[in-house]
Design a protein around this ligand. Structure first.
Ligand SMILES: Nc1ncnc2c1ncn2[C@@H]1O[C@H](COP(=O)(O)OP(=O)(O)OP(=O)(O)O)[C@@H](O)[C@H]1O
Ligand SMILES: [Mg+2]
Length: 253
């Protein structure tokens, strides 16, 4: 048997003293795309944050393994360098930094490099923007100048494409995404995966439409801090039709 890329066993997580995840089991193998769905407040973002090592979240029980190693005590930097990626949410206070400059910093910090040629990053970036059907002017946009939810997503997808991590975690932005932004994300995940077939992806989303295009190998539903149901891509459709309430109750009860 091959070692899973990501393996969570009975994971319990607290934030601010409150139990949020209460025994999550999840295995993502290299090359697989998994989707995580579930009602607001179920703990989806908490799960993404704890995999990344966000200091606000404490593992109280269970294990978190990446490529066979227990990474629970690794710093976020160590995880990023090992190939775990959650799109950086840039602080609002950054000003005057363009997308291309920001990506250069993000790549350098993930790869543990001090310097990275701006020319190289720019060429790579232009190629990816072309493949993903993005307007080249986006590279010159300044991060602080009122990025919409969709623009943040484009920035995230570009980070994923340029970093080519072993495991990419994509969490939804707070604001709704329009159909173009959904397409960028779906196309981004598919195109980047095609180029890196061993990459594992965990997409957190409420959008069934997105999953129709991404075609995940597995869909999981997180309810009250536990994975309640898992299934193939058709599970997303069932949820769309029936909502989460029905899943909570076993049929016949
Ligand atoms: N740092 C924190 N401190 C205290 N409570 C937190 C913290 N982070 C998350 N929570 C709480 O944990 C629960 C799960 O939050 P989380 O953001 O993981 O949900 P979610 O499934 O991502 O929801 P959504 O679909 O709305 O994005 C919520 O009740 C939230 O208020
Ligand atoms: Mg969330």
């Amino acid at each position: 048997m091959t070692t899973p890329l990501l393996e969570l066993r009975n994971l319990h997580v607290e934030a601010d003293g409150a139990a949020i995840l209460r025994g999550v089991d999840l295995v993502v193998n290299a090359g697989e795309v998994h989707a995580l769905m579930g009602p607001n407040g179920a703990g989806k973002s908490t799960l993404a944050n704890v995999i990344m090592g966000h200091p606000g979240y404490v593992i109280t029980e269970g294990s978190l393994r990446f490529q066979g190693e227990d990474i629970a005590n690794w710093t976020p930097d160590e995880r990023a360098r090992a190939g775990v990626f959650l799109a950086f949410q840039y602080p609002e206070s950054i000003s005057g930094v363009s997308v291309v400059q920001f990506l250069r910093q993000a790549i350098a910090s993930c790869k543990g490099l001090d310097e990275l040629s701006i020319l190289e990053v720019r060429l790579d970036l232009m190629e990816w923007m072309d493949r993903l059907g993005m307007d080249p002017a986006f590279a010159e946009r300044h991060l602080n100048e009122g990025f919409s939810g969709g623009e943040r997503k484009r920035n995230e997808v570009l980070q994923m494409a340029l970093l080519a991590p072993a495991l990419a975690l994509l969490d939804e932005t707070d604001s709704g995404l329009d159909i173009d932004a959904l397409r960028i994300v779906a196309r981004g995940v598919r195109t980047v995966r095609d180029e890196h077939p061993d990459m594992g992806v965990l997409v957190v989303t409420h959008y069934v439409k997105l999953l129709e295009e991404i075609k995940p190998d597995r869909v999981h539903v997180l309810i009250d801090g536990r994975i309640d149901t898992s299934g193939d891509a058709s599970l997303a459709q069932t949820i769309e039709e029936r909502g989460y309430d029905e899943l909570r109750r076993p049929v016949g009860l």
